[in-house]
Design a protein around this ligand. Sequence first.
Ligand code: NAD
Ligand code: DAU
Length: 348
Amino acid sequence: MKKILITGGAGFIGSHVVRRFVKNYSDYQIYNLDKLTYAGNLENLRDIEDAPNYTFIKGDICDAGFIQQIFVQYQFDGVIHLAAESHVDRSITNPMAFVETNVIGTVTLLNAANHFWKDKTDKRFYHVSTDEVYGSLGEEGFFLETTSYDPKSPYSASKASSDHFVRAYHNTYSLPIVVSNCSNNYGSFHFPEKLIPLVINNIQQNKPLPIYGKGENIRDWLFVEDHARAIDVIFHKGKDGDTYNIGGFNEWTNIDLVKLLCKIMDEKLGRDPGTSEKLITYVKDRAGHDMRYAIDATKLKNELGWEPSLQFEEGLEKTVDWYLANQKWMNDITSGDYQNYYKEHYQA
Ligand code: NAD
Ligand code: DAU
């Protein structure tokens, strides 16, 4: 039996990765290590929490003694590392939390894997990273695996640093690693500080839809289950020491994306066309707001045969349906500390 440690499994993407591995690999034991910060939520995993091949461990990746203890106790064969502080806006107000979890936490895990994996055969440390490490694009071009790093926010600087540490451990200690850099994800269980779930929730509540700046910034959106499938493929078939870009070839300006969401929501809620668009409100821009991200995922397609499975409109409609059917999930989050975050961030 393979013993796989997945970190950050109670978060948005991590919960989809945990679910996929628990369901598809009954011969693996899946250990989900999560600190349950504001972004971690065990409700995201209710459907698989009793599976015999699933174990939840509450803990902090920065706690070296604890990490060593679980490496000894469970004898992991592989690590899929997703735990992170993930929101760019929060990194602007509190960068240290990003240094701690994203940099120190990652190095703490690397140290444990490197120390306890005496025989490195059949071991793998997979670091799940972001396209934001490459910086910001102009109107033309795509991020390739060979694009130089040029992170511009405290969040992306912390993820770039952790990527460098992962590759340094491969080069220096021959730790078996693989890294992927993915574009913006969307789908179920997405924390409503992020654009898509925030807009869906605000439309339902008839609240303003905050668009930073002119809404012309571009993001490349990928359905979260396609990301989880890419992680599965790369974990099992990726070349040791290699990097893979993951993306949907699906660029949208923020304003066009929000208008599309308004149209879908008007249809679903039986509102007159144009009703939700009236909620669009232009607000102060994000400091240092990256203009455009666009991933070239050709390497992943050519070498490992992965491609996105869903058209964006189909994925977005599926996503909206999920939020409408799971209002308790959203209400539980938005009735808690989230209210303070929202007030401070949007009504300051
Ligand atoms: P998220 O914020 O939804 O979840 C992060 C999870 O990590 C939470 O469950 C949280 O409790 C846990 N966590 C945070 N600090 C921890 C600590 N010190 N110890 C243990 N657990 C801790 O994030 P997400 O959007 O699911 O992103 C997951 C990973 O994927 C991140 O590494 C992120 O950089 C990367 N990524 C995200 C996207 C995206 O669009 N969301 C795209 C590309 C890459
Ligand atoms: O590209 C991958 C990255 O995508 C991940 O590494 C990050 O973890 C993830 O959070 C995401 O970062 P973004 O900053 O692109 O996502 P966010 O949903 O915060 O914002 C998407 C775009 O929408 C961005 O241009 C900022 C804008 N925006 C966001 C919010 C929250 C608004 O206009 N208004 C808002 O209220």
